[in-house]
Ligand binder design. Structure first.
Ligand SMILES: [Zn+2]
Length: 374
């Protein structure tokens, strides 16, 4: 359980992503019905448009977007470092160009904190440098700067009602991950992000890095695995002690016709669903599955109707939020291992390269990527 000024968050938790201060296609009331307790918003995007001062004047993010519950903002570091060829990094900070109009901007650790204080989320993140996880030399040099930036973020942070989390970096290298976890722990953050994973590295490396990192973090502080959110990955992360996950995967997949079932993902655009009277998932009690057939949802997608995107999004978020509820209950009952075995005996994970393809498509549309988020 995490306590925030805008409500308690039962953990482990999956947080839907609302990049532009909206979880795409859904209203806050629909998110409440789904059972979401924490949502993410994106500092980089909101700083560029509509601007942090505008949001601060309009009741901070909670008032602006009409979401009364807990919110987390990332620092914008991941977006800025995903802008290919658009940045200059120095000790002071990072210069980048807006993907909207090409204008030049500067983020320092202090600026990232200042913007997030204006946005007013309950949980905010330090500015970190996000190198290619497979490049040892880059990770080694970036890590020391990221640590100095973490100290500067702590010094700049003034709002006691916001929890500022540190972010462990270090790529796929156990020595760097260990160093990062130990250093950040010595600064005494109230929570820790584990960044730079799920960005294209092999899955066994992701879990190996968690195995190295999590035991070095304090047990009382939440651990946040940034940008991870497929059902099978939630089990792997929870098993290793992760409390908080976020990913655009369920919402982005939904808009592409991909929906979760207990047997794995299906794509409703496929012709075989044209006459399928069944709901996406038999027994699912989400609004979509209670009312609509796969055939109807496929029709909406093929016809380019907005309702199709909304209904698929409702199902996918419900699927992950409900799964997390079952995981929490299983942990309480001491039956997590049995639930994991049972779930994974039926669920066929999608190939990792499919997720990479989705991220790649998002980048080609000119959007910065964010560990499976944008
Ligand atoms: Zn459903």
């Amino acid at each position: 359980m995490m306590r925030t000024p805008h409500g308690d968050i039962p953990t482990p938790v999956f947080a839907p992503v609302g990049t532009q201060a909206t979880v795409k296609t859904l209203t806050p009331d629909e998110l409440v019905t789904i059972g979401a307790t924490l949502i993410l918003a994106n500092t980089y995007h909101l700083y560029l448009r509509p601007g942090a001062d505008t949001i601060a004047r309009l009741g901070d993010l909670h008032g602006f977007m009409g979401w009364p519950g807990p919110i987390l903002t990332d620092s914008g570091g991941f977006q800025v470092f995903s802008l290919e060829g658009l940045r200059r990094v120095s000790e002071e900070g990072v210069v980048f160009r807006s993907h909207i109009d090409g204008s030049e901007h500067f983020f320092s650790p202090e600026k990232a904190v200042e913007i997030q204080e204006k946005l007013g989320a309950d949980i905010i993140m330090v500015l970190d440098e996000c190198p290619d996880p497979m490049d040892y030399d880059y990770n080694k040099s970036a890590l020391e700067r990221t640590h100095r930036w973490a100290e500067r973020c702590l010094r700049a942070h003034t709002r006691a009602d916001q929890a500022l989390f540190g972010i462990v970096q270090g790529g796929v290298f156990p020595d760097l991950r260990g160093k990062s976890a130990e250093f950040l722990t010595s600064l005494g953050f109230p929570g820790y992000g584990i960044g730079g994973l799920s960005v294209g590295e092999p899955k066994d490396k992701t879990w190996e890095m968690l195995d190295v990192t999590v035991p070095l973090l304090p047990t009382h502080a939440p651990r946040y695995l940034m940008g991870v959110g497929s059902p099978e990955d939630l089990f792997e992360g929870v098993e290793r002690g992760v409390d908080l996950f976020d990913s655009v995967l369920p919402t982005r997949l939904a808009r592409n016709g991909g929906v979760f079932t207990s047997r794995g993902r299906i794509n409703l655009r496929k012709a075989k669903f044209a006459d399928d009277p069944a709901p996406i998932e038999e027994g699912c009690d989400c609004y979509t599955c209670r009312r609509f057939s796969r055939a109807y949802l496929r029709h909406l997608l093929k016809a380019g109707e907005i309702l199709g995107l909304r209904l698929n999004t409702i199902h996918n978020l419900h699927f992950l939020v409900e799964l997390m509820g079952r995981i929490r209950a299983a942990i309480t009952e001491g039956s997590f291992a049995a639930l994991k075995t049972d779930f994974l005996s039926r669920y066929v994970p999608a190939a990792n390269d499919e997720d990479q393809r989705i991220k790649h498509l998002a980048r080609r549309r000119g959007k910065p990527k964010r560990k499976g988020n944008a």
